[in-house]
Write a protein that binds this ligand. Sequence first.
Ligand SMILES: Cc1cc2nc3c(=O)[nH]c(=O)nc-3n(C[C@H](O)[C@H](O)[C@H](O)COP(=O)(O)O)c2cc1C
Length: 339
Amino acid sequence: MNYQEVLQNAREIINPKCKVCKACNGIACRGEIPGPGGKGTGSVFVRNYEKLEEIKLNMDTLYAFKELDTSVALFGKRFKYPVFAAPIGALGLHYSDKLNDETYSRAIIEGCKQAGVAGFTGDGVKAENYEVPLKVIEEAGGCGIPTIKPWGLAEVLENVAKAEKAGVLAVAMDVDAAGLTVLAAAGKPVKPKPVAELKQIVGSTGLPFIIKGIMTAKSALKAAEAGAYGIVVSNHGGRVLDHTPATIEVLPEIAAAVGGRLKIFIDGGIRSGLDVFKALALGADAVLIGRPYAVAAYGGGSEGVALYTEKIGSELRDAMMMTGAAALDDISQEMVYLK
Ligand SMILES: Cc1cc2nc3c(=O)[nH]c(=O)nc-3n(C[C@H](O)[C@H](O)[C@H](O)COP(=O)(O)O)c2cc1C
């Protein structure tokens, strides 16, 4: 199987909800929720993509070449690339019933593991939306990160304890889920979380805790105060609030506020290894990719997911060679063109 075949298979399965466009940029699916689009006008999904497109790479091939090292150390482990599959929940609603919580998370978790990286899993209104993917992670030797919705404290603490028992790499919470229309429509809305409650949640576990859905330096500092291991600079792929900036636009300010103190992940519109390079140049430690991993899972199962990861990894390697970065720590802001 090659990546073109993965895309062709996906097109047959998830069209018309996702059109599997040549560029996954939020235009054809604008405002389509249920579906993979952005909320309201859909402008945030489009902006995430376009602002990354505007950044270019500064080429430099006048140096003594060394073997490239694309690996990153996180959660006390080493991953082949600084790339993780983002959590995607409610597959049937947004893509197709062809995959469910179990088969989808199996494709993501196993495919990422095969490719030397790891996947996040999602959560939903039914307990099984969290528990089934968690079991898949456990069966993969714990190689994954479950993401809990900001439900009430007792339910969150229970889910964190289950994650710990499953031996996962880390646990995450998408604190921006208060803006999800589908949760409210299903009768289980969630609300913003105060720092004191987050502190209690983080303090309840020895697992690294990742707060997903941070868009300002102010929020990032609150995540640090809560004791988080890391944050995901994310606007949920434009699905929780219309008219926010793109994630790549706010990354430098957030990195200046908490870089070195918290691990910084970013997602939203990252579509190539070149985009991964740009995110690292502007202060991220690693990235999450959402919709393209969903397409890879529908089109090729775990093999499609592994193939897609390798594609991103090889593009990252190319970007590093052509700019003079032998390792991820060498990637710096001067290597990108921002004018
Ligand atoms: C259909 C769909 C379902 C999602 N479900 C979840 C979820 O359950 N939990 C979560 O934290 N984020 C969820 N997200 C957001 C992604 O994790 C991620 O932040 C976003 O898709 C990144 O942008 P990208 O798709 O442009 O790469 C979902 C996104 C989509 C498109």
